[in-house]
Design a protein around this ligand. Structure first.
Ligand code: NA7
Length: 547
């Protein structure tokens, strides 16, 4: 609401009110902190507010993708196994009703800059409405995908039709029915848009740079009584506990045994069983070595390809969508979950432009011209071109510590301590960002796990009278090295992926996420806390000096 009261002095300022911001607001407030969240959107939900493009959907099954707060889950009911964006919006309204979050959120407001004052040990945070807030702690809950990426297409602004990046899709007013529509990008987002609008558009042109090794989600409605029964049987806390034990914070995980130990027959049956469970099971529930052993990875690709080919009629289309030569190792780019993606390409009004053969040269007033000099005309162009992921949400804010900006520091190479902090930026944390499990973690779980850790740290600092807590350089060097060590190196280094920042021209290509698994991460951060927050310098400010 615009009426949210914002004092000039705060204990904690949160940036963003999605899963992460909501969780910390709730936890800090419970402990008696003065805390507010600044949110650019008009409502709660973060990524689920922004990504309202046709077909936006969660690709994790219920009840894994939600808060584990009993007050919230006990009387919330989902309608589908993989809920759509609309259900998420309703979920956040429910969360708000239960936890009374909005009264401490300043909506429709963006954080422009933050500067640390070394005398007062506070962040001076400037908002786009001209206000400045002074907060002891700054917690960035900006998510891993809050900075959209639109390629610098020549003539982009000359196009006279309607064009939107998927994460800036307007709430209403965009009509695709019967229209000539282009979709650029076939990542998780592109796949969802394509299968949703394919049946209703006049014609559809998909600009594909890399085929998506998408897998069926086998979505279905779920009855309220089915969910109630699980709650009655005490399963929900078990599900939430299970999230803490698996590599990616889901209710299932890799099978550590090598796939090669199984006979070919057993392997085939195992794949089939994973497949019918839908979603990421075939990938993240598989034997670990499908990700690391090129021969096993080929086997999984061959299995996937057979399934895909059976759904695509045209031979040329088959080769573009599911090529004989594996386009990249299975799972080394984020795969998508789909329900009718491949069938869309059987429609006579759908064309696929393979950008590896024919690149986009420019946007024109009427549409898009490709390298073969063909100009296609469109009413609507959908930019499903992704995000400056993981770091972009943080570096797009002018954050200035005693020695300079975060943007400048990380331009030399990403350095963090525990994937929640960085040296020379005291009293500042983030969750679900650089060097955390982020890309390899179920969002709501990581929001709670990392958020809970930060709240505990801040709380312990306050109890001990520390006014400045700051990651140390050597601890940061060590952590950064460790992230690089544990994160599986891609089988094919040519793969362009937001996991490594290689989807953004000019961005330094490096490991952006902790790939050592959620349980190991949790153990490390917990042990650090137990060791008195080892690796952090802790200062008290009294009688005009720090000690
Ligand atoms: P992604 O996964 O980064 O996908 C972006 C897509 O856009 C991908 O297919 C890219 O091709 C394509 N792309 C990027 N730049 C261009 C240019 N210049 N020309 C043509 N095509 C381009 O973003 P999503 O929004 O789909 O998903 C982001 C995450 O959100 C997702 O992983 C989930 O966790 C939720 P490429 O593959 O690089 O060849």
């Amino acid at each position: 609401s615009t009426t949210t009261n914002l004092p000039e002095q705060l204990d904690v300022l949160l940036v963003g009110a999605g899963f992460a911001g909501i969780y910390q607001l709730y936890e800090f407030r419970k402990r008696g902190y003065s805390v507010k969240a600044i949110e650019a959107a008009s409502e709660l939900g973060g990524t689920w507010h922004w990504n309202r493009y046709p077909g936006a959907r969660v690709d994790t099954t219920i009840p894994i993708y939600e808060f584990s707060i009993e007050e919230v889950w006990k009387d919330w009911t989902w309608k589908e196994r993989f809920p759509g964006q609309g259900e998420l919006e309703a979920y956040f309204k429910h969360v708000d009703e239960k936890l009374d979050i909005s009264r401490d959120v300043v909506f429709n407001t963006r954080v422009l800059s933050a500067k640390f004052n070394t005398t007062t040990d506070r962040w001076a945070v400037t908002l786009d409405d001209g206000r400045t807030v002074h907060a002891r702690f700054l917690s960035l809950c900006t998510g891993f995908a809050s900075k959209p990426y639109t390629p610098a297409f020549k003539g982009f602004d000359t196009f006279k039709g309607v064009k939107h990046h998927t994460s800036r899709w307007p709430k209403e007013g965009v009509e695709v029915k019967g229209k000539r529509v282009a979709v650029i990008g076939t990542g998780a987002t592109g796949v969802q848009v394509i299968q949703e609008i394919g049946p209703v558009v006049g014609n559809l042109t998909v600009f594909q740079r890399t085929p998506n090794l998408a897998v069926p989600m086998f979505n279905r409605p779920v009855e309220a009584k089915e969910q109630q029964q699980l709650k009655d049987e005490g399963l929900y806390p078990i599900y939430y506990k299970r999230r803490t034990q698996t590599y990616i914070g889901l209710d299932y995980t890799w099978t550590p045994k090598p796939l090669v130990d199984l006979t070919p027959e057993a392997r085939r049956i195992f794949f089939e069983e994973l497949w019918v469970q839908g979603g990421f099971r075939i990938w993240l529930g598989n034997h670990e070595d499908v990700g690391t052993d090129p021969i096993r990875n080929d086997e999984l690709y061959a299995f996937w390809r057979t399934k895909a080919l059976a759904r695509i009629k045209d031979k040329k289309m088959q080769e573009k969508l599911a090529p004989a030569v594996k386009p990249h190792p299975f799972g080394h780019k984020r795969i998508s979950c789909e329900h009718s993606y491949f069938e869309i390409f059987n429609q006579s009004n759908v064309e696929l432009v393979d950008m590896s053969e024919t690149d986009i040269v420019e946007f024109t007033p009427k549409g898009i011209r490709t390298a073969d000099s063909v100009e296609r005309e469109f009413d609507v162009i959908v930019l499903a071109t992704g995000f400056d992921s993981v770091t972009g949400g943080i570096t797009q804010i002018d954050i200035e510590g005693p020695k300079g900006t975060v943007r400048d520091k990380w331009a030399q190479g990403l350095r963090t301590y525990l994937g929640v902090s960085t040296a020379d930026f005291p009293n500042m944390f983030w969750v679900y960002g650089p060097h955390g499990p982020t890309a390899f973690c179920n969002g709501p779980y990581c929001a709670e796990m990392q958020g809970g850790w930060i709240v505990n740290f801040v709380d312990s600092a306050r109890k001990n009278g520390y006014t400045r807590i700051e990651a140390q350089n050597d601890a940061e060097e060590e952590w950064t090295r460790r992230v690089q060590e544990v994160t599986p190196v891609p089988l094919d280094s040519k793969v362009k992926s937001w996991y490594l920042g290689s989807n953004i021209p000019g961005k330094k290509v490096e490991v952006l996420n902790w790939g050592g698994g959620v349980p190991q991460y949790y153990e490390i951060v917990e042990n650090t806390a137990k060791a008195g927050y080892k690796g952090f310098a802790l200062w008290r400010y009294s009688s005009g000096r720090h000690e």
